[in-house]
Design a protein around this ligand. Structure first.
Ligand SMILES: [Fe+2]
Length: 307
């Protein structure tokens, strides 16, 4: 009999799982329970996973799929652990889905808290499936028909005007060392649950076929439904916590309110597949011609498998 406890944190998103010590030797039944909870609740949290180091973190993540490297940012350990570090100048205080500027962006992200500030630094997640499901019918029909261009090249200075210019410039240079443009459907059909999800977030540049002004108005309209508090959950980190989210059905936001206190997390992402819209048309990489090879391993978004 399972000793796992599942405590829901909100009506539409989020659950804390208890009674599990994350490791690469978990029984298949426990892995299935975690995956099931992830698909149902979109983000799941585990307290007290202090035993995990970078190798253990990656090994556990492999139970959910093949780890992938960030397409442009070098890892913290020479393998798959991406550093989420308050000192590199660019913070994730914009709603986004990880790495949507490539077609097959990650299916899951596994985030482990190493150093947590004495206050602030929470993360919020939003359920993009319930955001779609609660749209009024005319807006669902409209969203179903749209496609959007995502890019990793956007104006960091506009997002974070008070960041140190030098650190920010350096991070931007690395982050955009290859400039990606990808066309996605605005509504993605989830490959495992069949749910329709809104695929937007801050890597969206414009809606295909519309002017800049009309694009912005529609992006803001649909994004405002994603961000409604009913669709969100907020997590107050402790060192040793692990959060895993279904990156195909969520957006997230790292709250930048812990002043200059150190905040360090590690993220391992697991390979995803190429999204398809309600009409079955897949996402496509506009440029460059292919996702370049990272220094180690396979890059996120390199998969060409369409489900
Ligand atoms: Fe992120």
């Amino acid at each position: 009999m399972s000793t796992t406890s599942i405590t829901r944190l909100g009506g539409r998103i989020g659950a804390e799982l208890g009674g599990i010590r994350l490791a690469d030797d978990l029984p298949a039944g426990t892995v299935a329970e975690i995956r099931g909870a992830l698909l149902a609740h979109k983000v799941v949290f585990f307290r007290g996973q202090d035993h995990l180091d970078e190798a253990g973190h990656e090994a556990f993540a492999r139970l959910l799929g093949a780890p992938v490297a960030h397409p442009t940012v070098p890892s913290a350990d020479g393998r798959y652990a991406l550093g989420i570090d308050s000192h590199h100048g660019a913070r994730a205080n914009q709603w986004h889905t990880d790495v949507t500027f490539v077609p097959a962006y990650p299916a899951f992200s596994v985030l482990r808290a190493v150093t947590i500030p004495p206050y602030g630094g929470n993360t919020l997640w939003a359920n993009t499936a319930t955001a779609y499901a609660h749209l009024p019918e005319p807006l669902r029909v409209l969203a179903d028909s749209l496609r959007a261009v995502h890019t990793n090249e956007y104006d960091y200075a506009a997002l974070k005007p008070d960041a140190l210019p030098e650190a920010l410039a350096q991070y931007r240079e690395v982050f955009t060392s290859t400039k990606f443009l990808t066309e996605h459907p605005v509504v993605r059909v989830h490959p495992e649950t069949g749910e329709r999800t809104l695929l937007l977030g801050n890597f969206v540049q414009r809606i295909k076929g519309l002017t800049g002004q009309d694009s912005r108005a529609l992006i803001d309209l649909f994004q405002s439904h994603v961000e409604r508090p009913e669709n969100t959950v907020r997590w107050q980190w402790r060192a040793g916590d692990v959060a895993i989210w279904d990156n195909r059905a969520t957006q997230h936001y790292g709250v930048d309110d812990s002043d200059d206190h150190e905040r360090t997390l590690r993220r391992v992402t697991v390979d995803g597949d190429v999204p398809v819209g309600p009409d079955g048309v897949p996402s496509r990489l506009i440029s460059p011609e292919a996702v370049p090879e990272p220094a180690f391993g396979i890059p996120s978004g390199a998969s060409t498998v369409s489900v």
